[in-house]
Design a binder for this molecule. Structure first.
Ligand SMILES: C[S@@+](CC[C@H](N)C(=O)[O-])C[C@H]1O[C@@H](n2cnc3c(N)ncnc32)[C@H](O)[C@@H]1O
Length: 221
């Protein structure tokens, strides 16, 4: 159920509730724990997805039987481990990261988690690196979690390079509360939402900062 308050944006969780449900539903093994801690250890921003989002994204990939996945925004590889485990040993993840230090830490984290054989960390800017991955497509899922001002471009690339039934997933789609403002990133993010709706069946999950999930519709007969 929802009520008038929750429909208006009120949430019913706090830090203690989140910690309890994370403990029950989203436990970390050593690989995920190191990945989650790595940004703090290495002086990087601790802006990885939440534990529930990581688990949800992995579950969606498994439901879609995703084997070939592209991620934009690796950071230290926390979400990448979720993606890599979801695709299994026969699958592959290409994760694009602009920052050389982040890419290096991620490679170490992915090695520790035992999934480095099924992940390629692609160093460079998303808009430049995505076209270099097209030879591996069509893809089963694209997860976008990088520079917000290019979300519309990443979304259009995903629409062209996903198979019908493939998943488009975008994090931070409320743009930290600035979605309806005037900046270039807000304009791009609104376009990302609207473009996605044209080619995907979409739902915007009300995580703390919004998670857009889309399933690519088949071309019209
Ligand atoms: C929110 S973090 C990614 C978190 C990661 N997906 C996770 O949940 O563990 C965003 C990352 O995108 C990277 N980034 C920023 N601009 C980028 C760009 N133009 N192309 C590729 N990566 C970029 C940042 O360096 C940062 O590591």
């Amino acid at each position: 159920m929802a009520d008038i308050d929750s429909r208006g944006g009120r949430t019913y969780f706090d830090k203690l509730i989140l910690e309890w449900v994370d403990g029950v539903h989203h436990p970390h093994d050593a690989g995920l724990e190191y990945a989650f801690a790595a940004p703090g250890i290495h002086g990087m921003p601790a802006i990885q997805v939440g534990r529930a989002e990581g688990a949800l994204i992995a579950m969606l990939l498994r439901l879609a039987n995703a084997k070939k996945v592209v991620e934009v925004g690796t950071l230290a590889g926390y979400s990448t481990i979720h993606l890599a485990r979801a695709v299994g040993p026969e699958g592959h993840v290409w994760s694009v990261e602009y920052d050389t230090k982040h890419a290096g830490v991620a490679r170490d984290v992915l090695r520790s988690a035992g999934v480095d054989d099924r992940v390629t960390v692609v160093e460079g800017a998303g808009v430049e690196m995505l076209p270099t991955l097209e030879e591996h497509g069509p893809f089963d899922a694209v997860f976008i979690d990088a520079d917000k001002v290019n979300y519309d471009r990443y979304g259009r690339w995903a629409a062209r390079n996903l198979r019908p039934g493939g998943l488009l997933i975008g994090d931070n789609v409320f743009l930290f509360g600035r979605l309806l403002e005037d900046g270039d990133d807000a304009v791009a993010m609104r376009r990302f939402h609207e473009d996605a709706r044209e080619q995907f069946d979409t739902a915007c999950v009300t995580t703390p900062d919004g998670l857009l999930v889309g399933v690519k519709r088949p071309p019209p007969a």
